[in-house]
Design a protein around this ligand. Structure first.
Ligand code: KG4
Ligand code: ZN
Length: 347
């Protein structure tokens, strides 16, 4: 069965084609990062308009790379939430129009389920059950994953997400958007031990996170570094602060992920979401695995941040698990800017 998937929840337009038996056939992506950069963050109205501009050419590109055309598509998947309402509506409208025109089902997909299942596109793919660390710009959660649609929340952030901690700290350091990769690049030249930054909730005994205190600590440090005369801080000192910030975030994410493995008795850890692209986090988790007799899986780097492949693939896995009703021709659809992942769990 051939499924085309659309992602438009934030600042990436992604279209991908998967086969339920053969996996990913093609994917096409446009990132709006350059457009939003001059505003220092995502401007929702601009995001929606750009999705409209991109979706048709990307659809053509994904289909032609797969060597298929519209008539070959058996189902259409799209991100129905969570995300920016206007941005979601572009993908949802286009996907439903495509499905309706072709007389095939339209399958709404939860964006986080897409991230959660994206490591299953890797070779080799992890087997259920596993612990998933979901770390994106909007979410930081540890989940127990027993199968498709079988997700149990083990812990989550009480305030900022890990990606937000990267992005906000980067902004305080005067770095560009999106801050995560920029901060990480600068951190390579810094000394992580130069500043003692807090590791919030490291010893809280549960699997929850908190990152807002770290951001405050970075703000305080930056003020000291800038001095009273308004002179720009020494670039070397900012690189040190970037390294210290990254180390603090990575320490907490790694410690809690390993605690989740110990608590559940599971041996497999899967990391998903944009922050999963962070190299020190990957290295730290890889190094920790032998002691736990565990294994860690990451999605391919290009599938860590938002993309259409994860949405199409989540739909394929739901189809294979018998979780998708096959009726077509729904006259209405909705997007859910706020949407709890538990709503897509099987009872
Ligand atoms: O999953 P994602 O693409 O979008 C959301 O659904 O939020 O995640 C984006 C987040 C941003 O906060 C970005 O700064 C962060 O992932 N990110 C990184 C890296 N690459 C992306 N953070 C740290 N290191 C990276 N290499
Ligand atoms: Zn995402």
């Amino acid at each position: 069965m051939i499924i085309i998937g659309f992602e438009s929840s934030c600042d990436e337009t992604g279209v991908a084609v998967v086969c339920t038996e053969r996996g990913l056939l093609s994917h096409a992506l446009h990132s709006q990062v350059a457009m939003h950069r001059e505003y220092g963050g995502v401007v929702p109205e601009l995001a929606s308009r750009d999705h409209i501009r991109r979706v048709v050419p990307l659809t053509r590109e994904a289909l032609s790379r797969a060597g298929l055309d519209m008539a070959d598509v058996d189902a259409v998947a799209y991100t129905a939430g969570p995300g920016l309402a206007g941005a979601l509506l572009v993908g949802a409208s286009f996907a439903n129009a495509f499905a309706w025109g072709r007389g095939v089902p339209a399958i709404p997909i939860h964006h986080l389920e897409g991230h959660l299942l994206s490591p299953l596109l890797a070779e080799p793919a992890p087997a259920f059950p596993f612990v998933a660390l979901l770390v994106s710009g909007g979410h930081t959660q540890l989940m127990r994953v027993d199968g498709v649609g079988r997700y149990e929340l083990l812990g989550e952030t009480l305030d900022d997400a890990a990606g937000e901690a990267f992005d906000k700290s980067a902004k305080l350091m005067g770095l560009g958007y999106p801050g995560g990769p920029e901060l990480s690049r600068l951190a390579e030249r810094g000394d992580p031990g130069a500043y003692a930054l807090p590791r919030p909730m490291l010893h809280s005994g549960d699997l929850d996170f908190s990152f807002s205190g770290l951001k405050t600590a970075v703000l305080t440090r930056m003020k000291t570094l800038s001095g009273t005369d308004g002179a720009p801080p020494d670039p070397g000192a900012v690189a040190d602060l970037a390294a210290a910030t990254e180390a603090a975030i990575v320490d907490v994410l790694a410690a809690k992920s390993l605690a989740a493995l110990r608590q559940t008795g599971l041996r497999t850890l899967v990391v998903a979401g944009g922050v999963g692209a962070n190299r020190p986090l990957r290295e730290r988790l890889r190094q920790a695995m032998p002691a736990l007799h565990g294994e860690v899986f990451f999605p391919p780097l290009h599938l860590c941040t938002d993309n259409g492949a994860m949405i199409a693939w989540a739909a394929a896995l739901r189809v294979r698990a018998g979780l998708v009703e096959s009726e077509t021709g729904e006259a209405s659809f909705a997007v859910r800017p706020r949407w709890d992942l538990r709503d897509v769990c099987v009872a």
